[in-house]
Design a protein around this ligand. Structure first.
Ligand SMILES: [Zn+2]
Length: 106
């Protein structure tokens, strides 16, 4: 299964507490259908005290977000847009912005 978002894309969050924010996709998990977006869906994890960090502590980390909640922001027209999926001459899947018809994947 492939997703409509790819690593390096700028995406806009459609629902949830980060609705309306945008960020860069750091990682995509195609099998689970979710992705990690920089600065989005940040959760605080509590760390147990360890040898390295005897006090324990808290870290802030992005949690994966379902790709259905994300919309790719087109780098050409700078708008969140739906993508058409086309196949290139050499068989690769390419995405084309439905608004400005620019190709996203070079
Ligand atoms: Zn566009």
């Amino acid at each position: 299964m492939s997703t409509h978002v790819k690593k390096g894309d700028t995406v806009v969050i459609l629902t949830g507490k980060d609705r309306g924010k945008s960020g860069e996709v750091i990682r995509v998990f195609p099998k689970k259908g979710d992705a990690i977006v920089k600065g989005i869906n940040v959760v605080t994890r509590h760390l147990k005290p360890s040898m390295v960090n005897p006090q324990g502590g808290r870290i802030q980390k992005e949690a994966p977000i379902d790709v259905s909640k994300l919309m790719v922001q087109c780098p050409s027209c700078q708008k969140p847009a739906r993508m058409s999926h086309v196949r290139s001459m050499d068989g690769r899947g390419l995405r084309v912005c439905k608004k400005c018809h620019e190709q996203l994947d070079k």
